[in-house]
Design a protein around this ligand. Structure first.
Ligand code: GLA
Length: 783
């Protein structure tokens, strides 16, 4: 709820558990008063703002009438430069005369309903507060927008900057918003990474000065996600004050967390001001991307829960909030080396194992047999697909699978018909040799000719066959940034206009094909952000499918993104990214927390693997809703220990799934208990997922397991290992909610080197278990 109190010039935003308070002060500057747990209205708001009574030595006072009024020492809602606030400003503009000082004061406000910014990804809003700030001397207007998402404890805000001068102004920096507050020895948590190690959790202590992170890569990038948490030093998953901040944007962004000499924190995020010069002619405006804020005094898990639910309810297109199909992808199975027969063999096996959708990955078009050619030529390769996309899609459908296709529309290879016909459509600087990424160039999406062409070509492709899924890839970062379409004065707009061009194409496609499931990908997770999720409800999380690496990546990703957006595949052995061998059951146990797929050559798997995969797929289908849409909690971080524990719970809080993942085996270890919190009262049955071990992994111990003696690595053992289903320990207990909470879930002990039976967990390196916790039926009847 948004309330304006005229008597004390204040605005209150209220969500289920939080309040956010603003105040228009005596100089009409917009001050930030409070953001935290829900409070009642202040009796005298002036007692709650920061004000010095006197000038502070060398400080700059805003007015001769009040020496203690120094912008540098206030909590402000949207700061500019030049009037004494020396912290990093949210807005920095060059005015027609050449000066760069701006003084924005409150002009008016109104409440608007169902507000929507054209051609931008954004939250679906109901009630929005629009506050107009003006610099009347310099003819610049800034509108601040605030929307409240009550049930998710979220406040969304952004800014729109407009020029009323006859001559152009140049924006050098325009943040979406800022959050000023008093420091309390806070730390920050952010998600850093690189290709195949995306979104790793990193923590830093705040101290005087600025921590700044950004992307200059043209995409939001895996270097740093556009996301940060500012929190108590002592905050834990279920304890402590945490402020969350992230951006609905897919391009170059910037995040700054500054601590001023007077210990005030300024947190701000927006389009990267680096390599950004945005000229506005008279009456033109710049709309900044939306910033998403959340607060909780109940730790990290609650912030994640707020953000997950917000993304699903207010960002993602609602028709996709249904169970997502289990996919088989041919990339790691074949790379570029495939033909129709090979694909159909994999597909038939996939169908047999219970999978539902075939994604034909890279290599189906033009003359594409490696990554040197054909991007841009979106017509089928006759050698690989003699009957075209239509032909193969029909055959897939006949097998009983849905059909999806990989595209990388933002790109062009020099070796392509598209480049030959339209060289000026590629991003490169005339007379300079372009730097390449994966041998390819990026198309200039600031040019409407290019975006219109893409819309036509992609619509043709998608309508040419029965396609129900599209994997939209983007495999290189920007270099040689220059548009042959934009004039000289507008080159500084390039990075942002590119993103708007991309959004324009995506808006067109997703509204023309509202029921097609789009999955965003950028060499894995190089563009995992809320901007992309607005158009495409799921993202290929990482090219790294090793189960241990995925524990790190998915734990980090889960800070912000819901399970339904996290796409995971089970790949073959060994991992193509780190050459590590981890059990097939663990590869599944980690991948099933999110949207599941498989990416291996199913035509070459053993009968043992077939049996195991079939069981996995069946289990996933039985619990798909929970795995994709349940409330996710991190119970034990794999970053801090040898064990990672995750839990996902249903909305009624009477059913949960728990993952227990061990990094390394420890000799003669102690017992382990898992704390299970949040279930409703009742009696619960806890069962482990039925898992199987390949007896080859027991080495010479196999002779103690099987009734006959065999030579290790011998042909007979291999024959048996490929077929024999050695069932791992089984776990079945009944406990009440109180017992689960107080005495916790005691697991079977792990293998100690002296013997095994069905009550011993044979956990090797990278082994894991899944436990299903469900309220007993009788219990429901008794109540
Ligand atoms: C990227 C993707 C992969 C695959 C290849 C194909 O690397 O992340 O999943 O689609 O491109 O070239």
């Amino acid at each position: 709820m948004i309330t304006y109190y005229k008597e004390d010039n204040s605005f209150y935003f209220e969500t289920k558990n939080t309040s956010y308070v603003l105040y228009i002060n005596e100089y009409k500057h917009l001050e930030h008063v409070y953001y935290g747990n829900k409070i009642e209205r202040f009796i005298n708001i002036r007692e709650h703002i920061l004000r010095y009574e006197f000038e502070l030595g060398s400080s700059t006072s805003y007015s001769k009438d009040s020496k203690g009024y120094q912008l540098n020492n206030l909590l402000l809602e949207y700061s500019t430069f030049g009037k004494g606030d020396y912290r990093t400003p949210s807005l920095h503009i060059e005015l027609p005369s050449g000066h760069r000082t701006l003084d924005l004061v409150y002009d008016s406000h109104k409440i608007i309903y169902d507000h929507h910014f054209e051609k931008m990804p954004q939250a679906k809003k109901t009630e929005t507060l629009e506050i107009t700030l003006k610099d009347l001397v310099n003819n610049v207007e800034v509108k601040l927008y605030y929307s409240v998402f009550e049930n998710n404890d979220i406040v969304v805000r952004n800014s729109v900057i407009k020029n009323f001068n006859e001559k152009p102004i140049t924006i050098d920096k325009a943040m979406s918003g800022q959050l000023d507050f008093l420091n309390n020895d806070y730390q920050i948590t952010k998600l850093d990474g690189a290709w195949i190690r995306e979104r790793h959790i990193s923590k830093h202590q705040l101290s005087k000065g600025i921590i700044s992170f950004d992307s200059k890569k043209g995409v939001s990038s895996s270097d740093h996600n556009p996301f940060v948490l500012v929190h108590d030093k002592t905050a834990l998953e279920d304890y402590g004050n945490v402020y969350g901040c992230s951006l609905i944007y897919s391009g170059n962004f910037e995040a700054n967390i500054e601590v001023s000499p007077h210990n005030l924190v300024r947190l701000q995020m927006g389009i990267n001001s680096f390599d950004f010069r945005y000229q506005l002619d008279k009456n033109e405006q710049l709309i900044t991307p939306e910033l998403v804020l959340s607060y909780s005094s109940a730790g990290f898990n609650k912030i994640s829960e707020n953000l997950h639910s917000f993304i699903e309810k207010s960002i993602v297109k609602q028709q996709h909030l249904k169970e997502r199909p289990i996919l088989i992808n041919n990339w790691e199975a074949t790379y570029f080396d495939f033909n129709e027969k090979k694909l159909l063999t994999i597909a038939k096996k996939a169908k047999k194992l219970g999978m539902e959708l075939f994604c034909l990955d890279d290599g189906w078009f033009g003359r594409r047999n490696d990554d040197f050619s054909s991007l841009g030529d979106w017509y089928y390769n006759r050698k690989k697909l003699p009957r075209g996309v239509k032909g193969i899609s029909k055959k897939m459908n006949k097998i009983g699978l849905d059909f999806g296709i990989w595209v990388e529309p933002e790109m062009v290879n020099k070796d392509s018909d598209l480049y030959k016909n339209h060289p000026s459509w590629a991003i490169e600087i005339p007379n300079m040799k372009p730097s390449l990424g994966r041998n390819q160039l990026i198309l200039d999406l600031t040019n409407p000719e290019v975006t219109n062409y893409l819309k036509i070509v992609l619509k043709e492709l998608i309508s040419s066959a029965n396609i129900s899924y599209v994997k939209w890839d983007m495999n290189r970062n920007f270099s040689d940034v220059f548009s042959q379409y934009l004039d000289k004065d507008n080159q500084g707009k390039f990075n942002h206009l590119y993103v708007l061009g991309l959004y324009d194409v995506l808006e067109d496609l997703t509204s023309n094909f509202p029921n097609i499931l789009f999955e965003s990908c950028s060499s894995g997770g190089n563009r995992f952000d809320m901007g992309m999720l607005y158009y495409m409800p799921q993202t290929w999380t990482s090219d790294n499918t090793d189960s241990y690496e995925r524990m790190l990546i998915q734990e980090g990703t889960s800070y912000l993104y819901p399970l339904s957006s996290i796409s995971n595949h089970v790949s073959g052995d060994v991992s193509h990214q780190v050459l590590r061998h981890t059990p097939l059951e663990s590869r599944f146990n980690v991948a099933c927390f999110g949207v599941l797929g498989y990416e291996l050559d199913l035509s070459k798997i053993t009968p043992f693997e077939s049996y195991v995969i079939q069981k996995q797929v069946k289990y996933y289908k039985e619990h798909r809703n929970l795995f994709q849409y349940g409330t996710f909690k991190r119970i034990n971080s794999i970053y801090d220990s040898n064990i990672g524990i995750w839990m996902v719970m249903n909305e009624d809080k009477d059913e949960a799934l728990v993952l227990y993942y061990q990094v390394h085996s420890k000799p003669n270890p102690s017992f382990v208990k898992i704390p299970i919190k949040g279930l409703v009262h009742g009696t619960y049955k806890i069962t482990s997922r039925e898992q199987y071990m390949n007896v080859r992994d027991t080495g010479s111990l196999v002779n103690h397991v099987l009734p006959i003696k065999l030579r290790v690595n011998g042909q007979i053992l291999n024959f048996i290992a490929n077929r024999y289903k050695y069932k791992e320990d089984t776990f079945c207990k009944t406990m009440t909610k109180a017992q689960l909470e107080s005495s916790e879930l005691l697991l079977h002990h792990t293998f100690t080197g002296t013997g095994t039976n069905e009550n011993v967990m044979m956990l090797r390196d990278y082994s894991s278990r899944i436990f299903h916790i469900k309220k007993e039926k009788q219990d429901e009847i008794k109540q």
